[in-house]
Design a protein around this ligand. Structure first.
Ligand code: G3P
Ligand code: MG
Length: 360
């Protein structure tokens, strides 16, 4: 009997496998579903709409809270995605909450970086947009950027409930978080060089001050967006910032990058998939203490970027199995030379076909 018919008949059986889907270049291109992604995801649900196979999205992208991304994905893909099924590049930033809970931190990137951090529990977070607007003339090019000027002045567009205002010009920034791809690279490089070189207080020369910690949500050099060729990602911005900073300052820039291929991200995804399992099959697991937290035999990472998705799955080791699609960064005929995947296939729909054929 098939795996799904066993589950639907209430027979006890946990999924011994789970799936992590990359988003950009596998599930979506810009906002458009690709590679038969809606059909592929539908196959992971039973007739009653319950999930048969634990799966989540493991993306280096972000810029909005996981709950919002889950609704956005549900709408685009036509299946019900839970917030716990969305792991974004910045999701690990939650773990810094206790360290910086009441301290002034700056968050930058597309979308709503300060709202993301506020939702994680940080109490004193300011977006770089807002931060820069508190220092007159910090960006000498601002007058030429009508859109930036408008955004900085239009405070009514900022979510006042979740992002409190501070007098940041006299308070030291304790850490900087690059939450998503920065929008205005020139302004961000300028202001971050200021913040990071003056011990967190721009415009003040107080001799040598230690650099506030700097965290990047990911380090992708390139990724697949709506444009036909690859676009520059957060890793490209990191190189730009680091190159400029190191030309100006004696002490090289210090920073930490999260996101794939960091093995921690894959460990976290594995833990999340284990937790997702019992709630989906609650009718099937009734014994006390039966939380379904046993190990998976195989976890599939379906990605488009060899040096991020495949390298990450390889480094994470057992039980990860990497599948490389040809819908994004990788377009080769054969396997990638440096980071060969366990399987190379055209689309995510074919990848799910392969997995279900192998497992069920
Ligand atoms: O900005 C998004 C990009 O860096 C990668 O996203 O879904 O391919 O991990 P994804
Ligand atoms: Mg991708």
């Amino acid at each position: 009997r098939s795996f799904s018919s066993q589950l639907q008949s209430g027979q006890k059986r946990r999924s011994s496998f789970g799936i992590a889907f990359d988003i950009d270049g596998v599930i979506l291109r810009g906002k458009d579903p690709i590679g038969g992604s809606p059909q592929a995801l539908r196959r992971l649900y039973g007739d009653s709409g319950n999930l048969n196979v634990p799966f989540l999205f493991l993306t280096n992208g972000g810029g909005i809270p996981e709950s919002r991304r889950a609704s956005e994905l549900s709408e685009l893909l036509g299946v019900k995605i839970l917030p716990s099924q969305v792991l974004q590049g910045h999701s690990p930033f939650k773990s810094f909450m206790k360290r910086y809970e009441n301290q002034l931190i700056v968050a930058t990137g597309k979308g709503e970086p300060a709202v993301v951090m506020s939702e994680y529990g940080f109490k004193k977070v300011v977006s770089l947009d807002e931060y820069a607007s508190c220092f007159e003339n910090i960006d000498p090019l601002a007058q030429y950027k009508k859109w930036t000027t408008k955004q900085a002045l239009d405070r009514s567009s900022l979510p006042l409930k979740t992002v409190p205002r501070y007098d940041v010009s006299s308070e030291t920034v304790k850490a900087v978080f690059v939450v998503s791809d920065p929008v205005d690279w020139g302004r961000d490089i300028q202001v971050l060089c200021d913040v990071l070189s003056c011990g967190g207080l721009p415009g003040q020369e107080n001799g040598h001050q230690p650099q506030p910690p700097l965290y990047f949500a990911a380090d992708d050099l390139e990724y697949q967006a709506a444009f036909p060729s690859n676009r520059l990602g957060m890793g490209a911005f990191r190189i730009a910032l680091e190159s400029v900073f190191n030309r100006i300052h004696y002490n090289p820039l210090e920073y930490v990058c999260f996101g794939k291929p960091d093995p921690f991200v894959f460990k976290n995804a594995e833990a999340m998939l284990k937790q997702l399992q019992p709630s989906y099959h609650s009718d099937n697991f009734k014994e006390p203490g039966d939380f379904g937290l046993q190990s998976f035999k195989t976890l599939y990472m379906i990605g488009d970027n060899p040096s991020v998705d495949v390298k990450g799955a390889q480094q994470a080791g057992h039980p990860w199995f990497s599948i490389l699609t040809r819908t994004g960064v990788f377009r080769g005929k054969r396997n990638h030379a440096e980071f060969p995947a366990d399987l190379v296939i055209d689309t995510v729909e074919e990848a799910v076909d392969y997995i279900l054929g192998r497992e069920c």
